[in-house]
Design a protein around this ligand. Structure first.
Ligand code: ADP
Length: 466
């Protein structure tokens, strides 16, 4: 693809938009950046483009700009806009940032793309770690770690033999037309983002696009226990490998758990001890099976896999133990932004817990979370806008523990602590988006940690900028 002299409209001025604008300008494109927010709200991002020749169109969009473009590139956070439809009607290509990046990747580099409602970041980071241990150049990013996929193009890993590992969101796949990874992973599909996609069918279909453009040399990795995922495997051209964390499961081509081992059938059997990993829980074993299958089917040596697995450390804000006050333990699971992720984190939790939940509702049911809390939960403290909805769901579930409103995070941690005795846990796992009270889940987690310190707990976490 040649961008020289082309008019490229970059939609959305956040991290990805900045990276795309720089990328296109470097390749000689005439770049227009447009964002619904006005310039005074975007000063910080605009500064990042100091010295880059771009034209600004802020505080709204002009249809003519879209229809007269050679190419429109969408950032992941931008909703579907009427201007996009107009551009397409005028014959202009409108694509996601990952689609643009994909067109510039070296066909000799190995691309692993990971999507799903939950487990994307963990699986991506773990896969990246395994690849690094092969000694070959590795890029690990996408939706993860402030490294949009467009940054992979000029990365040392974009060469024959390099590894490119990308976390991919459904929003991105929506605007793809050819994006095909050598291995495409779909971890699970549960209720999330229904506010944007409307129905589960549409949401699952967008996730299923991870396999739509693959060819027979590629690998599709699917969760055998998830009917939404399996439905999307119908008609795919790539080689299907499944993973299944249920007791007694097996697979002819895929992965399952047996005692203390993760078993791969490629189809020859390989066994890897779960103890290589510090991450725990069934859901994390699913993430590991995905990472192991993706890398082994694409030729990563077993020794590199094991060395990478041993070196992997969990990401922040995922069930991270961050405080201890007289044997009351505080866990930051601020990344628990939907019901299924909270259910996965708290099911079978080893100690009684008080849950802090709430924020911006995503339009699904809270019942799976309440069911997973049965038997371990001592109380729920509600924050944010979704409070009344969670309270209603808890009443319908006939919970016997208290459900209490809090005015802010500090109040929530204080109230949760009051409900605990020695040996209990306070868990922030909100099941909701954060933007009614916080900038993002990282900010929510940091405020939680401050509140944990404020009730006099000893902090156990590492300083983090996430
Ligand atoms: P994502 O990037 O998809 O949000 P993460 O790896 O960041 O996924 O995990 C987010 C939260 O989802 C974790 O805190 C954990 O509670 C839960 N989770 C992680 N992996 C899985 C999985 N495979 N299935 C269900 N829930 C999971």
């Amino acid at each position: 693809m040649n961008l020289q002299g082309k008019k490229v409209v970059v939609v959305g001025l956040a991290l990805t938009g900045v990276a795309v604008a720089k990328f296109c300008a470097r390749r000689g494109a005439r770049v227009v950046i447009t964002d619904g927010k006005p310039a005074d709200k975007l000063a910080e991002q605009m500064k990042l483009l100091d010295g880059v020749p771009v034209t600004w169109e802020l505080g709204g969009h002009d249809t003519k700009t879209f229809t007269s473009a050679d190419l429109v590139v969408m950032s992941p956070g931008v909703p579907t806009l009427p201007e996009m439809t107009a551009a397409r009607a005028a014959g202009v290509e409108v694509i996601a940032e990952i689609e643009l990046a994909y067109r510039f990747l070296d066909p000799g580099a190995t691309l692993i793309a990971i999507t799903g409602t939950n487990g994307k970041s963990t699986t991506t980071a773990l896969t990246g770690k395994l690849c690094e241990h092969s000694g070959r150049p590795t890029f690990c990013g996408g939706n993860l770690g402030n490294m949009p996929l467009i940054d992979a193009v000029d990365h040392p890993a974009n060469v024959p033999g390099g590894w490119i590992v990308a976390e991919v969101a459904a929003f991105m796949l929506e605007n793809c037309t050819s994006f095909a990874a050598n291995a495409g992973v779909l971890t699970n599909v549960t209720e999330d983002h229904l506010d944007r996609f409307g129905t589960m069918e549409r949401y699952a279909e967008m996730k299923g696009r991870i396999w739509d453009w693959q060819t027979p040399g590629d690998v599709a990795i699917a969760n055998a226990a998830d009917p939404w995922v399996m439905k999307e495997t119908a008609g795919i051209k790539s080689q299907l490998y499944t993973f299944d964390s249920r007791k007694g499961a097996s697979a002819e081509k895929g992965a399952y758990l047996d005692g203390n081992d993760i078993v791969l059938r490629l189809p020859d059997e390989e066994r890897y001890p779960k103890d290589d990993l510090v991450i725990v829980g069934n859901h994390n074993m699913e993430n590991a099976m995905c990472a192991y299958l993706a890398t082994r089917t694409l030729g990563l040596p077993p020794d590199a896999l094991r060395a990478g697995a041993r070196a992997y450390r969990p990401l922040p804000h995922r069930m991270e133990l961050v405080g201890d006050r007289g044997n009351i333990y505080y866990y930051d699971d601020s990344k628990g932004t939907n019901v299924a992720s909270v259910a996965a984190s708290v099911r079978g939790f080893p100690r009684p817990l008080v849950l802090i939940a709430g924020g911006v509702d995503k339009g699904g049911s809270y019942e799976p979370m309440l069911e997973a809390l049965d038997g371990v939960c001592k109380g729920i403290i509600l924050i944010g806008k979704a409070g009344p909805l969670i309270r209603e769901a808890a009443a319908a579930h006939r919970v016997t523990y208290p459900v209490v409103d809090a005015s802010d995070m500090h109040d929530a941690v204080r109230r949760a602590t009051e409900m605990c005795t020695s040996g209990d846990a306070v868990v922030l796992s909100p099941a909701c988006a954060s933007y009614d009270m916080f900038q993002n889940y990282g900010h929510r987690g940091r405020v939680f940690r401050e509140a944990v310190s404020a009730v006099g707990a000893k902090r156990l976490d590492q300083p983090s900028d996430h």
